[in-house]
Ligand binder design. Structure first.
Ligand code: HGA
Length: 607
């Protein structure tokens, strides 16, 4: 959330800053702003709403300057107005911020008591005031930053510029990501490597508590004790071309259709199909010793974790706890020795999940992570890194990252089962074979796109929608409801099919579409019975099943969506496709902003 970028360039930087913000806009689109230094003084443009509004302003009133910082905001403190838009300027400093300054109230009171006045309601502005106060006391920019950083509690990635200093950018990070980009006679700061991709591939990832002083000629990094440190420079491997919609109308649509390829790409790293074996990185700890798995994640990644719980328990016979990250630390979980804590996150920066990871590390758990960004904070703090290979996911509603997470988690469950002696070589071969079938099955599922598009109007007019499933299809019901809520703004609930009669069945009438996810298999008959209970009360059923399931139970449904026949192991991956496509087409039918739904943003770096 919130994207920040800073450039020390050889020529005017505003166009590059705005292009960088475009690549960061998935992180927030409440407002955007840019500030440069021209003849020693700050020049700023800011605009409420999406980046296009800022771009229009800049077209009418261009901004020169060879140094600049820019921001795209997801508001946490203060409405999404122009006054609250970053960069904030106070005296001789201007800055952009990603994160939350948790002690901002106390700091603001202290500053107000000295007669300082505020131009915004943001927590961020207190940081600018604190630095400005140090500058006014006669300190240099670097000494001022050094004095202020220890006073900030919470999370921040900051990029700062100082009046009269057009060869200096200062950055700092704690709990929010910030990278340094190294160019030829130019240097950069950014929230991620993607923001800097067209300018440089050479990236140094700042560690927690680091701060950095950049000029065009050099980069000096310091740790939280202010000791000079070196951070490895790596090649990011990301290119601006990776974030192109291609022939698709929306990123979400493109990402849904990429799934067969990216799942295959991901599985390639985890399977040896010819040998019939899963092939995971070997951790430094002994998997056979794992006594309990604690899964922690948020949103769609949490639902991937819920599916994984079934797999870990079924295959490896190991008990699994699962929590949403924002609740986990606060319930004082009992974490016994020999436990493995598994964190799932697309960005690898999700603030709640990262905080939970650090909590588990402090409690002596071994740490495994499934992330899509292998250079992220979580990846760097893991004992066992299991990357998904989905490529950049730009649509705010997660799709391809989810199915890739499922693919990795299935392989990991088999790996753990083998290590614990709970799975035979023959069973492992079977799992590998079925996972290898997933890309083709995903392709077959995508072939139903047009049919789903045609039935979307049946759902688009509804006020409430229910999704039902059992077993691993229950998390899919939750995921289906989440996707629909996120992008179409229709109220939707996912329920375990058998729970209906304990309450939600009271909601059923003929205005409520009920999406039933019921592939053939051991739970089919039970789910269908629950579906009949809904139908008997006038509920309008949309049945998602395979040909056999539809033949048995499709009568009376207002629509059916036929999925390919596939092994139960890969059903969650395959059935993700129709729920994603349904949400997508309903949102398109309603005319909502599919890729940038209101109030949401990706890479949730605030708690
Ligand atoms: N707290 C700041 C920055 C918000 C942020 O980083 N969101 O992800 C603000 O509200 O402007």
């Amino acid at each position: 959330m919130c994207g920040i970028i800073g450039i020390l360039g050889k020529s005017d930087v505003t166009d590059q800053l705005v292009a960088g913000l475009r690549r960061l806009e998935y992180r927030g689109y409440d407002s955007a702003g840019v500030c440069t230094i021209v003849d020693g003084a700050f020049q700023r443009r800011r605009a409420e709403g999406k980046l296009d509004n800022l771009a229009k302003k800049l077209a009418l009133d261009p901004l020169p300057g060879r140094i600049g910082i820019a921001h795209t905001r997801w508001a946490t403190h203060g409405a999404p107005t122009e006054d609250n838009a970053h960069p904030h300027i106070v005296g001789d400093v201007t800055l952009v911020h990603n994160g939350i300054i948790e002690n901002f109230k106390e700091l603001r009171d202290e500053l107000s008591a000295e007669g300082r006045t505020f131009a915004s309601q943001t927590d961020t502005e207190v940081v600018a005031h604190l630095v400005a106060r140090e500058l006014e006391r006669g300190k240099s920019p670097i000494e001022s930053v050094k004095a202020v950083l220890p006073r900030l509690h919470g999370a921040f990635a900051l990029a700062m510029m100082f009046k009269g200093h057009d060869n200096m950018l200062v950055g700092a990070r704690l709990g929010a990501p910030l990278v340094v980009g190294i160019g030829e006679g130019e240097n950069y700061l950014g929230s991620d490597a993607l923001a800097l991709a067209p300018m440089t591939q050479k990236i140094a990832y700042l560690e927690e508590g680091d701060w950095v002083v950049l000029s065009r000629e050099k980069i000096d990094i310091f740790d939280r004790e202010n000791a000079p440190v070196t951070r490895e420079v790596t090649l990011s491997g990301v290119s601006g071309a990776m974030i192109d919609k291609g022939n698709h109308r929306h990123f979400m649509q493109k990402e849904i259709f990429e799934q067969p390829v990216v799942v295959a790409q991901t599985l390639q790293a985890y399977l040896k199909p010819l040998e019939g074996k899963v092939a995971l990185p070997i951790p430094e700890f002994d998997l056979a010793e794992v006594k309990r798995v604690t899964i922690v994640a948020c949103g769609t990644s949490y639902y991937a974790g819920l599916v994984a719980k079934y797999w870990f328990e079924k295959f490896a016979r190991v008990p699994v706890d699962i929590d949403v990250a924002s609740e986990f630390r606060y319930r004082e979980p009992v974490l016994e020795a020999g436990g493995l804590a598994l964190f799932i996150s697309q960005s690898g920066e999700t603030a709640d999940t990262l905080a939970a990871l650090r909590h588990c590390r402090a409690e002596g758990q071994k740490i495994a992570v499934v992330v899509n960004v292998p250079t992220s904070s979580m990846a760097r703090e893991a004992d066992l890194l299991l990357p998904t290979n989905a490529g950049p996911e730009i649509g705010v509603a997660s799709t391809k990252a989810f199915t890739c997470q499922l693919a990795v988690l299935a392989a990991f469950a088999a790996n753990l089962a083998r290590a614990k002696g709970k799975m035979t070589a023959e069973e492992e071969r079977d799992i590998v074979q079925h996972l290898a079938e997933a890309p083709a099955a995903l392709n077959a599922a995508l072939a139903h796109d047009e049919e789903i598009e045609k039935m979307a109007p049946l759902v688009a007019g509804a006020r409430d929608v229910l999704y039902l499933g059992r077993g691993p299809d229950y998390p899919m019901a939750l995921e289906g409801a989440l996707k629909l809520k996120e992008i179409s703004y229709i109220h939707a609930e996912g329920y375990a099919a058998g729970e209906m009669k304990h309450g939600p069945i009271a909601l059923i009438d003929d205005s409520v579409p009920v999406i039933v996810i019921a592939p053939s298999g051991p739970l089919f008959e039970k789910t269908v019975s629950n579906m009949q209970e809904v139908a008997a009360r006038g509920g309008r059923i949309v049945l998602i099943s395979d040909a056999a399931g539809i033949a048995k139970a499709g009568d009376g449904a207002i629509a059916t969506i036929e999925m390919p026949d596939c092994h139960p192991l890969i059903q969650p991956l395959v059935y993700a496709v129709p729920v994603q496509l349904l949400a997508y087409h309903v949102a398109v039918a309603k005319g909502t902003d599919v890729d940038q739904p209101r109030n949401l943003a990706k890479s949730v770096t605030v708690e």
